[in-house]
Design a protein around this ligand. Structure first.
Ligand SMILES: [Zn+2]
Length: 242
């Protein structure tokens, strides 16, 4: 399983970071986790056929995790007609406005009838022959989730956005042998995370969604400190194989 970090910024794009998105590759199929930026451009840039995208799933409704859906769904609707990605959203209130926006850009023409836009709930959210996604509720907002991704015998946990580690750090991170844990660092300091990271069995831990101006001192200090797991900070364009 390979992860491409498309956007690793906090809620606002910065000069070198875009908003949240990660492309996961398994067996030449592609899965988009969060759509906070124009991921369709990254698929094109990397010569990834849009037809090979099986899933686009958003961890919670906030714009820095969903706004890139418009261009993706728009192009899948009228141009990449052979593409059949399942678009899974955490809140049904997102679906009518998404459909309405794209309809409006097409002068009222309805969307492709076979376009699959649906919601997911806590628990088993998605599965195919390559990978399985389990959604774990967090308390960041009304409908916010972390994602456990299992593929090729490996386990990756994306925390999505949290309230703070002492409130809603996913229990699964302590119970499972994670190959990779990707934890946000927008809403709290890396210092707040370390006591929880130390209780996990994760082999590797990366921060994403990084508010680097706010937490610069804590982040660089923690990155320099020794940890019992491989610890780091993701950046836009970073590729990780697990
Ligand atoms: Zn966010």
């Amino acid at each position: 399983m390979k992860l491409y970090f498309v956007g690793t910024s906090h809620g606002v794009p910065e000069s070198d970071r875009r908003c949240s998105s990660c492309i996961v590759e398994v067996n030449a199929s592609y899965y988009l986790f969060d759509m906070g930026t124009q991921v369709i451009e990254d698929l094109r840039k990397r010569s990834i056929a849009v037809e090979n995208v099986r899933l686009a799933i958003c961890s919670h409704p906030h714009g820095d995790h969903t706004d890139g859906l418009i261009s993706f769904v728009d192009l899948v609707n009228w141009y990449f007609k052979a593409a059949d990605p399942l678009i899974l959203l955490p809140d049904e209130r997102l679906i009518p406005p998404l459909r309405a926006w794209i309809t409006a850009t097409m002068e009222g023409k309805p969307l492709r009838e076979d376009l699959r836009i649906d919601t997911f709930r806590e628990g088993a959210a998605y599965a195919d022959e390559n990978l399985r996604v389990t959604a774990i509720r967090t308390k960041h907002c009304e409908n916010a989730y972390a994602f456990l991704i299992e593929a090729e015998g490996k386990k990756v946990l994306l925390t999505g956005d949290l309230c703070r580690p002492s409130v809603d750090f996913p229990q699964i991170a302590f119970d499972m042998d994670l190959d990779l844990l990707v934890c946000e660092a927008a809403h709290f300091s890396p210092d707040d995370c370390i006591p929880f990271f130390d209780k996990t069995k994760a082999k590797r831990i990366l921060h994403t969604h990084i508010y680097d101006k706010r937490w610069a001192e804590a982040l660089s200090r923690q990155l320099a400190a020794p940890h019992p797991y491989r610890y780091g900070a993701a950046f836009d364009g970073m590729e990780v194989t697990v």
